[in-house]
Design a protein around this ligand. Structure first.
Ligand code: KG4
Ligand code: ZN
Length: 336
């Protein structure tokens, strides 16, 4: 089966082709136009997607060495995401499928992250605990073989990625600050300052997350220090902030696995690219003898291979809930 995936829910215009189990192409065009604004500007994102989507899809087909007519299925992110941005990729992909008379499958972006550990083997075995940590979402779920999942916890305020990006901004780092903090933290001391880890002590049975207190704490701490002190200790502060965020994520995920008797853990979404988060999970899972699955960093952040891959998983299980199948017979008779 050959599937084209399209993703445009935020600031990456992406298209990928899946040939059977193999990612034959994975094109990601990241929009740098937002940098000067310190965050994603929705209208700018829509216009950038509009400018890029045709060439990105074209490159994905070329790199996969296939013709449009070789496609069996077209899939695109249908939400959640920035509405205008999502609509560009979604409408393009639907029109593309319509013109080719191919079935079209709408894909939920968060679900695509959850199942991104199935893009490349070794795949997690079911049931597994899934931690999805991105710029907009932080979610813990128990996932079953039929691709159904039960959400057991989510953030009650900021997402983990937002916590990285917003505290990074306070430190004067460019957007998105997550990868920059990851890099700077390697030279820093994670015990330099203990930032709060919310909903942990006394919340053993609670799998929700909260990062707004951390944000306030970082802001208050920085306000009490001189610019020279912050400059000198930027790496230590990055390491301390990163430690607070990643410790909570690992602690709650491991607690969930223990409570629900599940020994397989999958971590996905942009923040799963974080090297300290990976290290902490590797250590915790090795100690417990759990099996850990984290996608390659290129599949952690937004990409279209995960969109095509989830469409494939659904197709294999006969779970393409009413894919749109375009019938051109009416059009043909109109032409005649
Ligand atoms: O999944 P994603 O690409 O987009 C959304 O669906 O939101 O996630 C983007 C988020 C941003 O907040 C970014 O700072 C964060 O993932 N991120 C990281 C790293 N790489 C990306 N956070 C920490 N460490 C990283 N290495
Ligand atoms: Zn995402």
């Amino acid at each position: 089966m050959i599937i084209l995936g399209v993703e445009s829910s935020c600031d990456d215009t992406a298209a990928a082709v899946l040939k059977g189990d193999v990612v034959a192409s994975n094109i990601i065009s990241s929009q740098l136009a937002h940098r000067e604004f310190g965050g994603v500007v929705p209208e700018l994102a829509s216009r950038e997607h509009d400018r890029r989507v045709v060439s990105v899809v074209q490159r994905a087909l070329e790199e996969a060495n296939i013709k449009k007519s070789d496609l069996d299925l077209v899939a695109a992110t249908a939400g959640p995401g920035l509405i205008g941005a999502t609509l560009v990729g979604l409408n393009f992909a639907q029109a593309f499928a319509y013109a080719l008379c191919k079935p079209f499958v709408p894909i939920n972006h968060i679900e695509a992250h959850i199942f991104s550990t199935f893009i490349e083997p070794p795949f997690p075995s079911f049931p597994f605990v899934s931690l999805t940590v991105s710029g907009g979402h932080t979610m813990l779920a128990i996932v079953q073989d039929d691709l159904s999942y039960k959400v057991i916890g989510r953030t009650i305020d900021d997402a983990a990625g937002e916590a990285f990006d917003k505290t990074g901004k306070m430190l004067g780092l460019p957007y998105p600050a997550g990868p920059v903090i990851d890099k700077l933290a390697r030279q820093g001391d994670p015990n330099f300052h203990k930032f709060p880890q919310a909903l942990t002590k006394g919340y053993e049975e609670n799998f929700d997350f909260s990062f707004s207190g951390l944000k306030t704490s970082v802001q208050t701490y920085l306000a009490s220090q001189s610019p020279e002190f912050i400059e000198t200790h930027r790496a230590d502060l990055c390491a301390s902030i990163q430690d607070a965020i990643t410790s909570v994520l690992v602690l709650k995920t491991m607690r969930a696995a223990a409570k629900f008797g599940v020994r397989t853990i999958s971590v996905a979404g942009g923040v799963s690219a974080n090297s300290e988060l990976r290290r902490k999970f590797e250590q915790a899972c090795a100690e417990k003898g759990f099996s850990l699955h984290v996608p390659k960093p290129i599949y952690s952040t937004d990409n279209a291979a995960m969109i095509a891959s989830l469409a494939k998983l659904k197709a294999e299980r006969g779970r393409l809930d009413s894919p749109l199948r375009y019938d051109h017979s009416a059009f043909a008779s109109f032409q005649a």
